[in-house]
Design a protein around this ligand. Sequence first.
Ligand code: UD1
Length: 333
Amino acid sequence: MEKNILITGGAGFIGSHTAVALHQAGLKPIIVDNLSNTSMEMVHGIENIIQEKLVFHPYDCCNKEQVKSIFEQYPIHGVIHFAAFKSVAESVLEPQKYMKNNMGSLEVMLECMKDAGVNNLVFSSSATVYGEPDDNPVTEDTPFKKAASPYGETKQLGEDCIQSYCTENIHFNAALLRYFNPIGAHPSGNIGELPLGIPNNLLPLVNQAAKGERVLKIFGKDYNTPDGTCLRDYIHVMDLAEAHVAALRWVFGQNGTCQAFNLGQGKVDSVLSIIQNFESINGVAIPYEWSERRPGDVEQIWANASKAKNILGWETKRSTSDALRDSWNFAKK
Ligand code: UD1
């Protein structure tokens, strides 16, 4: 029987690409998304790619009655929990909003999974759990520093909460996926990164600058890095999506395990090199100006992703250049 996978936040950037990857792998995505930071365009974009009507419910994951109704309507075999607020800057201004939403939805999810006897969870965590690391690349054993933002705190607490839940529920399995910097889009251009309002992340802003809609600000030119700009481990969103399929298959084969996995390319690009690479691959100019450092930014972080390779059998297949090309292909549409 086809396995039903509940994807919360499934109309968002990573969720939508994961829905496509699940479908390709013969699993059935059931999407819940309250559309607080995305739109139905993404749902239709997924449908265009998979050529099938999706099961979609516009529910809020903090609403227990709504989430419970999903478990009552469908046999659910596993859950991928993306639904969360993700703006680092907004979280500094409104920490309570982040705590309430990100922790509240996780609590509801765990309660509903328990009631329905569903034991397999893939959790959307982040490299932000490491704070500013002393050494790079970071492994899953690198100790957490104080999170640089309330958003980061919700990811640290979320992981803690799931670890404790696993200890109490001996058959429960979870993969905590620590994403580095997801960029890119599905190569068809049907889905991509489309936040509502003013974006926070680099690539949506680069795309807007390429379209002449803004001048990109580069946050900081005097970091202790080769070109003075921050270093990040950018990962193509389709590679990331495929990692979720690998993680699900892994949790299905476990009996009472909770483990974290870094998901990155294991290499770095600077902000300046991203801009230059984007310009040369796509043949467009990015107007930019130098700006102050952004509060809460870490100078450099990149992944040792060998645990995901060894245990999940997953590794990246796409380059930063592929991601920059696909990102612009989506944005142009
Ligand atoms: C952060 C988190 C990441 C989280 C993501 C969610 C860390 C290390 N990473 O990513 O885990 O999932 O937020 O939003 O905390 N930049 C500019 N100009 C801009 C925008 C960005 O120069 O207009 C630079 C930033 O300073 C940074 C890089 O681009 O060096 C990437 O920024 P962004 O895309 O916002 O991601 P992170 O802050 O790295």
